[in-house]
Design a protein around this ligand. Structure first.
Ligand code: OAD
Length: 261
């Protein structure tokens, strides 16, 4: 059983980590569902509350599932899109947006599809798994700006070709967007510090980024409420909620320094 260590007390940030972050030329962050948990967006693998504890990914998040029952898949994502529209960014999202303004070079790589990083003010964001608020043609990926969800038996259709529309997210068995993955791998290869926040670090290729970063000499800092397969190889493993740990970290590193440009 994974050990949970949810602690709302602000952690003590190790002094060498504060110094390393102050000196870093390039800070990158890899985020997962845990960063949005405190906004009320369910994670995937947390026992009881995780989406994959309640729903079968093979019935909802694969091309075959969409081919078998497009309306069920469409409705599930429509439900999640509607929930995401009702929540707001939390202090973890805000802290990463603040960090972006302090670091000389910064890239936020997210597996999340909720768009909360951008709503918190992050600008340099790479979305590895797409974005649930966008919809596209299931045949050729053309973005759809407007659609009407009026057919109880089928998803809306592409205005150009008539194929079903689908959420613009990456499903299991699909390739990640190549430009996003290339940007993420470039950042992992060049950054001085990689923050890995709120991810179970088990879904590839995103899960390979911390190893890539370490191989190229970066320090890896994990922020998670629980231990993960990454914990043992991280230079620092800060246990706690992202919404508490990240603001504490950013304040410890930059509160005494010059204001951001
Ligand atoms: P998971 O649900 O697998 O992992 C969430 C992680 O966040 C766990 O390690 C939790 O311990 C941690 N966590 C929960 N609450 C937290 C909090 N408040 N602060 C910090 N950490 C917290 O989600 P991901 O790792 O993002 O892919 O999952 C990766 C991918 O698997 C997702 O993008 C999705 C999923 O299947 C696709 O749909 C393609």
């Amino acid at each position: 059983m994974r050990q949970s260590c949810v602690n709302d007390a602000p952690p003590v940030i190790p002094a060498p980590l504060v110094s390393a972050l102050r000196a870093a030329r390039f800070v990158a962050a890899l985020t997962g569902a845990g960063v949005s948990a405190e906004s009320g967006v369910p994670t995937f693998r947390d026992a009881q509350t995780g989406l994959w504890a309640q729903f079968d990914p093979l019935e909802l998040a694969t091309p075959a599932a969409f081919a078998r029952n497009p309306k069920r898949v469409w409705d599930w994502y429509a439900m999640r899109r509607e929930r995401v529209g009702r929540v707001t960014p939390n202090p973890a999202h805000v802290a990463l947006a603040v960090l972006e303004r302090h670091a000389p070079e910064f890239l936020l790589i997210t597996q999340n599809v909720d768009g909360l990083h951008q709503r918190a003010g992050s600008r340099r964001v790479v979305e590895l798994h797409g974005n649930i608020t966008r919809v596209c043609c299931s045949r050729d990926g053309t973005p759809a700006e407007h659609w009407e969800d009026t057919d109880a038996a089928a998803p809306p259709r592409c205005a150009t070709c008539g194929a079903f529309l689908r959420p613009d997210v990456v499903w299991f068995e699909e390739m990640l967007p190549q430009d996003a993955l290339a940007a993420a791998e470039d950042a992992a290869s060049r950054c001085d510090i990689l923050l890995v926040v709120g991810t179970s670090a088990g879904v590839y290729p995103a899960a390979a980024l911390p190893t890539l970063a370490r191989r190229h000499g970066a320090q890896v800092v994990e922020i998670n409420t629980e231990t993960t397969p990454l914990s043992a190889q991280a230079d620092y493993a800060l246990r706690g909620k992202a919404g508490i740990v990240l603001p504490t970290l950013v304040a410890a590193v930059w509160s005494a320094s010059a204001p951001p440009a």
